[in-house]
Design a protein around this ligand. Structure first.
Ligand code: GLV
Ligand code: MN
Ligand code: MN
Length: 416
């Protein structure tokens, strides 16, 4: 076994071309993408990725959550595979790189190995996890959560989008329901390369984030029940105003997050008013609270305080309040050996680097439950993500993919 030498590099131009090619599938309205999970655009993106994997000589497996696993065999038939993955689905107003960079960099390292005639002892499996974003079906990282045994398959199939369509039906409809049992695969290691989605690496002028941890999360879906009534003729003292309760709860979430500093965030990104008419007080308001921090005790404390204070706010207004947790994972510590491998790859390649905690959730968080796992990050312009204007440079993309290449080769062990 020989380790990767510092002259081994991926083909950055080919990686960038593939990113731009994938970005043509499910275009957004402002230069980014709307390739939400299990839509026709998702199917088109999957088909394109499949054709690239097959052209690179890989074998494709698909599990019952629709997750795609493209395998390049190793030389040792008994060696467990090294997995490299992320996601091709996007937010409704998503960028071109969130998730896509990780999947296509996985493909690029295989293409580079083919060019360079490199074989590895362990197989390498490039993975496209279904529904990482959770934009259409909550929670995020749904398929990797089922894979890790944290989310039941039937629960996943029953998740509904805002139009009432179920995950299970939509997976069948786009033709990507596979036959593999979810989670049956065993991993030697899991790597995920992702844009930072925050401002730290760019501000610190570092090319590589060595990801040591990921913060934990709760998504709480709040349903407030008021009374529909005329906005003009109903006196103020006779209103049962679910919209007002929501506004007060939003303010309270902000206060809880600010009181939990440093290292905690909280906010609301989705809300539905019923009937959503200008001159009707809403009878029903459904919205989702997203809270995150790397500190488990703090995370659970924030949740408890939000639930208690939301109930008080609603009660004072005579509004009904039900809160359902619809997404959760504990803070994650990534595997120290793999983390060190990422750091030493950055050193060997001469890229500047620093340790970083992931602010966003990733499939790596669930993979870390079943295998040694870690991540590589590159900067993104202005820290902007979940926005069509999300941007990275070809040089940043290449540097992170080079580091991924080296860390994966070291783990998969170059044969001969
Ligand atoms: C996934 O994109 C998340 O919400 O962190
Ligand atoms: Mn992502
Ligand atoms: Mn995302």
């Amino acid at each position: 076994m020989t380790g990767p030498t510092d002259n081994l590099r991926i083909n950055g131009e080919r990686l960038w071309d593939s990113l731009m090619e994938m970005a043509k599938v499910g275009p957004g309205i402002a230069g980014g993408n709307n390739r939400q999970t299990l839509t026709d655009s998702d199917r088109e993106g999957r088909d394109l990725f499949k054709s690239w994997c097959e052209a690179a000589g890989m074998m494709l497996g698909v599990d019952k959550m629709g997750t795609m696993f493209a395998t390049r065999p190793g030389t040792d038939p008994d060696a467990l595979p090294v997995y490299v993955g992320s996601h091709l689905d996007t937010q409704p107003t998503g960028g071109k790189y969130d998730g896509v960079l990780g999947v296509l960099s996985g493909l690029e390292i295989i293409r580079s190995m083919n060019d360079l005639g490199i074989r590895t002892k362990h197989p390498i499996v490039v993975t496209n996890w279904t529904n990482e974003e959770g934009a259409r079906f909550a929670p995020a990282m749904l398929a990797s959560g089922v894979f890790a045994g944290a989310i039941p398959l039937e629960y996943a199939y029953d998740r509904k989008d805002p139009d009432g369509k179920s995950f299970g039906d939509e997976l069948k409809r786009i033709g990507w329901l596979g036959d593999e049992e979810v989670g049956a695969r065993k991993m030697h290691a899991y790597f995920e390369y992702h844009i930072e989605q925050g401002p730290i690496l760019e501000a610190e002028a570092k090319q590589i984030g060595v990801v040591t941890h990921c913060q934990g999360l709760w998504w709480l879906e709040v349903t407030l029940t008021g009374r529909e009534a005329h906005t003009g003729s109903t006196p103020m003292n006779l209103r049962v105003n679910a919209g007002l309760a929501m506004a007060r709860i939003l303010e309270m979430v902000q206060t809880v997050a600010m009181d939990s500093q440093p290292g905690a965030v909280g906010g609301v990104g989705q809300m539905f008013f019923t009937p959503n008419s200008r001159n009707v007080l809403p009878g029903k308001v459904v919205f989702s609270i997203d809270i995150r921090t790397p500190d488990l005790a703090k995370l659970n404390g924030m949740r408890a305080r939000i639930e208690a204070e939301a109930a008080e706010i609603a009660e004072a207004l005579g509004v009904g309040c039900a809160i359902e947790p619809v997404g959760h994972f504990d803070p994650v510590t990534f595997d120290p050996t793999l983390v060190e491998r990422v750091r030493s790859a950055a050193e060997r390649l001469g890229y500047s680097h620093m340790n970083i905690i992931s602010g966003a959730g990733h499939d790596a968080c669930w993979a870390a439950k079943v295998a040694p796992a870690t991540m590589v990050m590159c900067p993104c312009v202005g820290g902007l993500s979940h926005n069509e204007a999300e941007e990275i440079s070809p040089e940043w993309a290449t540097a992170g993919a080079d580091v991924l290449f080296h860390a994966v080769l070291e783990t998969a062990e170059i044969a001969g």
